[in-house]
Design a protein around this ligand. Structure first.
Ligand code: ADP
Ligand code: MG
Length: 137
């Protein structure tokens, strides 16, 4: 059993497709162990994406992540990290495989509907960023 962190980004929340995205997870062997909707502050977004702080798109990424509310979840299941990444599809929705969340719900490489942890180690860090232990059940 693994846990991973998922974020439904502001573009997908604005499109009112939270339920459709969560259904992709639940229909593919993942379960929601924790979930909340929140508005990230600029400090939250900068800290969460600190690994990308030297990338040219960092400013736009932070602007986008604070542009509206997000839904943050802990997803649990067998190979949850890789399974979530598979369901998400490639970072650029134009390159995302048909039937993936990004192919179906995302518009562009910056407004790409979802975030998912890229390793078990980062999943633990990202889960702790958003959730207290007692909130994960
Ligand atoms: P992923 O979200 O697939 O793990 P990365 O960790 O590489 O992708 O990038 C984090 C986020 O930064 C992406 O989801 C996307 O929103 C944004 N991003 C990545 N590359 C670019 C880019 N070339 N231009 C604009 N935004 C980007
Ligand atoms: Mg990433």
């Amino acid at each position: 059993m693994e846990q991973t962190l998922s974020i439904i980004k502001p573009d997908a929340v604005a499109k009112n497709v939270i339920g459709k995205i969560i259904d992709r997870f639940e229909s593919n062997g993942l379960r929601v162990a924790a979930m909340k909707k929140l508005q990230l502050s600029r400090a939250d977004a900068e800290a969460f994406y600190a690994v990308h702080k030297d990338r040219p798109f960092f400013g736009e990424l932070v602007d986008f992540m604070v542009s509206g509310p997000v839904v943050v979840s802990v997803l649990e299941g067998e190979n949850a990290v890789a399974k979530n990444r598979e369901l998400m599809g490639a970072t650029d929705p134009k390159e995302a495989a048909p039937g993936t969340i990004r192919a179906d719900f995302a518009e562009s490489i910056d407004a790409n509907a979802v975030h998912g942890s890229d390793s078990l180690e980062n999943a633990a860090i990202e889960i702790a960023f958003f959730f207290a232990k007692r909130e994960i059940v």
